[in-house]
Each structure stands twice: as structure tokens, then as C-alpha cells.
Design a protein around this ligand. Structure first.
Ligand SMILES: CC(=O)N[C@H]1[C@@H](OP(=O)(O)OP(=O)(O)OC[C@H]2O[C@@H](n3ccc(=O)[nH]c3=O)[C@H](O)[C@@H]2O)O[C@H](CO)[C@@H](O)[C@@H]1O[C@H](C)C(=O)N[C@@H](C)C(=O)N[C@@H](CCC(=O)O)C(=O)O
Ligand code: ATP
Length: 451
């Protein structure tokens, strides 16, 4: 039965338009859904050349991808782009962004939603030339920085081989995530910023007023970063999305549903293709960590002690509302458990314990055994809906950590080892080499990819 607090599906989500105000360095994107209107405003305080046609192309991609947040309020079967025309490839990419990017949202909604018959209505675009973008000379990457293990490793890997690298951080206007700012300072790199104002109607909705759920936020951040990069003359946006981000969370009716869809390879290659078509070949969007496992990344991170007291991967530090935000690792979510486990083969136990400043380290907290069992695929539960590695990575980390003398008396590791099947998971050595395909251009390739 439908009640006042149960949202229902709408009819049509409309892209109403986007406008650029160069004087304010501001992009405004407007949408509507069955009469309700929404606006998202993104400001680029660093400014740049808004007159170049490539900036307009990038703004168009922010407009196209940021729509998912508002679409999901009532998830109608039709997305109408008005007079915004799309090439066939762009239409295919946008469809995938909606259907796969909102896959978790649709699957976890009660009742479950099926978005697969989504219709994208838009005039056809037959592009004959791209708005060729020419970066300033040199290797000048813009690196989105989330303050966690992944982007820290990217920064330290790439820094020595660049001419003028910068971090990129998205926040609400005037706001700062302490969990990003502190490790950003340690990097010593300058920070380029964008201020993203999500429509307040989303953030102040009554419970049950809208559908709600996960959005492919990395895709939206990626598009915002590309626009900032073009404004600043950068030659590349370098993401920190690892190999296992492409591994789905659950398979339903032969379709993979991935919490990390827009951190995956499919999004990366699709976005690269539409960008190359729109702005030409002299700009790159790629993930430096794409061919690497979480173990490889953890091993690299363990060699960066200067970040140990400031890095933060726990997502409780990243709520938009500062009142909901934690100023420390929560110590009990799936992400805290995963990061603790994956670093445990490589960091001294006392060093890792010191990261969790409030409450015990997850591996010392017996109540968290069920979460570790799920990470290792030893319960019927699906992989958590979080940014965590795959089962083999977690099993290999467990085996490796358990051999450390300073973890010898860990009840959780002992119990995990006892329950692990004898055969099966790859050992650490196999996971310490590059695996899988990547799009890293030669000028940015780490040494082990060039041999
Ligand atoms: C911090 C967090 O985990 N947030 C998720 C949480 O939302 P909550 O209400 O607790 O906090 P807020 O993030 O402040 O969101 C407030 C509302 O705004 C909506 N919203 C936010 C950003 C956006 O771009 N569009 C939006 O519509 C949001 O839905 C809230 O209603 O639960 C929500 C519902 O499941 C999640 O949507 C929130 O996730 C954030 C978008 C977020 O930033 N999450 C990242 C930590 C995250 O999940 N990263 C993934 C990236 C995967 C990908 O494909 O991009 C990862 O690292 O694996
Ligand atoms: N507020 C933000 N501004 C800019 N980029 C961000 C922001 N939040 C996340 N990112 C980027 O999005 C991508 C995915 O984020 P993710 O949380 O996986 O990375 P991380 O914080 O580096 O590592 P960890 O997995 O340890 O949290 C990374 O490239 C990250 O740098």
C-alpha cells in the first residue's frame, strides 16, 4: 500500500539547462522532475579560461552526470534532455551511468526498482570535429584527493615525475573536510578547489519524501575535476581507482551491481572515450592505480610514514552536514575493518593501532569478527556496500598478517585463518604485481609498467 511516507516513481526527469557565469567562475545546472525544480551550483575559485570551447564541453559533462542525484528522487522511466543533443556513444555512456551507476540505489530500494528500460530522450548529435584543447606544456596533472590510502599513494607515486602537479578537492562552499586538509598539507602540493552546492531540497527532504540511496559520486567529482583541469591548463586528471573497484558487489540476474561503479574500469574507459571525442587527444583522464591490487597499494602506503597520523579512509568523516561528521576513524564500519586488514601485513601492529585514536583497532575488537568474515567471503552475506577490496585480497592479507610476530596473538586473525579453506585464494606475491588493463599514458607510467 502506498502511504504518505512512501515515495512513488515519477514520470519524466528533465534537463532544463546549464549556464556559465565567468565573472563568478560559476556553473549552474538546472533540472526538473514532474514540476519540482532543482539547481546545482559549482564554483571554481581558481578561475581560468572560460572562453575556450573545451570548457563548455566539460561543463556539459558536469551537467549531464550531476543529474543523477535529482533523478533518483523519483526515478522516472524517462530522462528528457530537452535541446541538449548527444552522439550515440554519449547516449550509451549516459545510459550506463544512470543504470549501472544507480544499480545499488535501485537494488536496495524497497521495493526494488528496475531502471533497465530507462529511456533517454535527446536530439542526435553528429560531431565532426572536437573542440581541440591544448594544455600548457609539461606534465601538469590534477589529482582528486580524498585523504585516504589510494589518493595518497597516487600523489607520492606521481610527484617525482611531474612538472607542476596539484591536488583537487571538492567541498561545499566555505567548508573543509579536516580528513582531506591535513594529509593534503603533508603532500606539500598546491590545492585547486571546487565548491559544490547540491540543491537544498535534497539535503532537507523529509524521511520518505524522496527515494534515496547511493549515487556514483566519483563520476560527478570526475567531471567537475575535468572542468577545473581545463580551466587551469592541466594535461591530465589522475584518479586513484584500484583494480578491484571494477569487481561487482553482487550479481543479480546475470548483471553485476557494483557499489563502486564509477570508480571502475568501465566508467573510466567510457568517460575517456566521450572526452576524447569532445575535446581531442591532448588531455587524459585515467586512474594511476587501475592495474594495482589493494595489497600493492597498501604496501606502497606503508612506506609513507609521514601520512600515518593524518590519513583517513573512514567515510563517516565525509558527511555533507558537519554535525554528522566524525573527526576520527569510527573504528567499526566495513571500511575501517577493511583498511585495517589490508594494511596489517605491512605496518607494525602498534603503528596501525595508533591510527584508531578512539576505541580499539578493528582487529582487536572481537565484536567485529562477523564483519571480517564477510570481507573474506566466509558468510552467506554479500560483500559490503562500501569501498572495500575483493575476497581474495582480504584472504591474502589475512594470511600475510597472521605470519607477523606482532600479530601472533590476534584472536580475530587466528579465527579467520582457522575458517579459511586450504585451497583457493592467491597468496600475497601474486597480488603484488600489476593485474588487469589500464589507461595510463607512457609519460605517467610507473616503472613496473614499462618493463
Ligand atoms: C558520507 C557517506 O557515506 N554518504 C552516503 C550516505 O549519505 P548521508 O546522508 O549519510 O550523508 P551525505 O553524504 O552527507 O549525503 C546527504 C544526502 O545527499 C545526497 N547526495 C550526496 C552527494 C551527491 O553527489 N548526491 C546526492 O544525492 C545523499 O544521497 C544524501 O541523501 O548515504 C547516502 C545514501 O546511500 C549515500 O548516497 C552517501 O554517499 C555519498 C554520495 C558519498 O559521498 N559517498 C562516498 C563516501 C562513496 O560512497 N564513495 C564510493 C564511490 C563509488 C562511486 O562509484 O562513485 C566509494 O568510495 O566506494
Ligand atoms: N572531496 C573530494 N574531492 C576530490 N576528490 C575526491 C573527494 N573525495 C574522494 N575523491 C577522489 O575520488 C576517488 C575515490 O575516493 P576514495 O575514497 O576511494 O579514495 P581515497 O580517499 O584516496 O582512499 P580510501 O579508499 O582510503 O578512502 C579518489 O580518486 C579520491 O581521491
Amino acid at each position: 500500500m502506498t502511504t504518505a511516507s512512501t515515495p512513488t516513481r515519477g514520470d519524466v526527469f528533465r534537463y532544463e539547462g546549464y549556464s556559465i557565469d565567468p565573472a563568478r567562475n560559476q556553473l549552474t545546472c538546472t533540472y526538473s522532475l514532474d514540476g519540482a525544480s532543482y539547481a546545482e551550483v559549482v564554483t571554481f575559485p581558481g578561475g581560468g579560461d572560460w572562453t575556450q570551447p573545451a570548457a563548455d564541453e566539460a561543463a556539459r559533462w558536469v551537467y549531464l552526470l550531476a543529474g543523477v542525484s535529482y533523478y533518483k528522487t523519483a526515478a522516472p522511466p524517462v530522462v528528457d534532455l530537452g535541446d541538449t543533443a548527444l552522439t550515440d556513444a554519449e547516449r550509451g555512456f549516459l545510459y550506463e551511468f544512470y543504470v549501472d551507476g544507480l544499480g545499488e540505489f535501485a537494488y536496495r530500494n524497497t521495493p526494488r526498482l528496475d531502471l533497465s528500460d530507462l529511456k533517454i530522450v535527446a536530439p542526435a548529435l553528429h560531431r565532426t570535429t572536437s573542440s581541440t584543447y591544448t594544455p600548457k606544456p609539461g606534465r601538469r596533472p590534477l589529482i582528486p584527493f580524498g585523504g585516504g590510502v589510494d589518493s595518497t599513494v597516487t600523489v607520492e607515486l606521481i610527484k617525482p615525475d611531474t612538472d607542476d602537479a596539484a591536488l583537487f578537492v571538492v567541498t561545499r562552499p566555505g567548508d573543509r573536510f579536516e580528513a582531506i586538509e591535513e594529509p593534503a598539507k603533508v603532500s606539500g602540493l598546491p590545492v585547486v578547489r571546487a565548491e559544490r552546492l547540491i540543491d537544498d531540497k535534497l539535503l532537507t527532504a523529509r524521511p520518505g519524501q524522496f527515494f534515496n540511496g547511493h549515487v556514483p559520486v566519483t563520476g560527478i567529482i570526475s567531471a567537475i575535476t575535468v572542468l577545473a583541469a581545463l580551466l587551469g591548463g592541466h594535461d591530465a586528471v589522475v584518479m586513484s581507482n584500484e583494480w578491484s573497484a571494477s569487481v561487482g558487489t553482487i550479481e543479480v540476474d546475470g548483471r553485476s551491481i557494483n557499489h563502486q561503479y564509477s570508480k571502475g574500469e568501465s566508467f573510466e574507459s567510457g568517460f575517456r572515450a566521450v572526452l576524447a571525442d569532445a575535446i581531442g587527444p591532448d588531455f587524459d583522464y585515467f586512474s594511476l592505480l587501475r592495474p594495482y591490487t589493494e595489497l600493492w597499494i597498501a604496501d606502497r602506503f606503508a612506506r609513507l610514514p609521514e601520512y600515518f597520523s593524518t590519513f583517513r579512509s573512514c567515510n563517516r568523516s565525509f558527511h555533507i552536514d558537519p554535525a554528522k561528521r566524525l573527526d576520527h576513524w569510527c573504528g567499526h564500519c566495513d571500511k575501517c575493518c577493511f583498511i585495517d586488514l589490508i594494511l596489517s601485513p605491512f605496518l607494525a601492529a602498534d603503528t596501525l593501532r595508533a591510527v584508531f585514536t578512539v576505541g580499539p583497532e578493528p582487529l582487536d575488537n572481537a565484536e567485529l569478527l562477523p564483519k571480517f568474515l564477510t570481507l573474506l567471503g566466509l558468510t552467506p552475506d554479500t560483500k559490503p556496500w562500501e569501498c572495500v577490496g575483493d575476497i581474495n585480497e582480504c584472504r591474502a592479507a589475512t594470511r600475510a598478517a597472521a605470519t607477523r610476530p606482532d600479530r601472533a596473538d590476534s584472536p580475530i586473525l587466528t579465527e579467520l585463518l582457522r575458517r579459511l579453506p586450504d585451497e583457493g585464494p592467491l597468496d600475497v606475491d601474486h597480488l603484488m604485481r600489476p593485474v588487469g588493463r589500464h589507461h595510463i599514458p607512457e609519460r605517467y607510467a610507473p616503472a613496473d609498467l614499462l618493463v
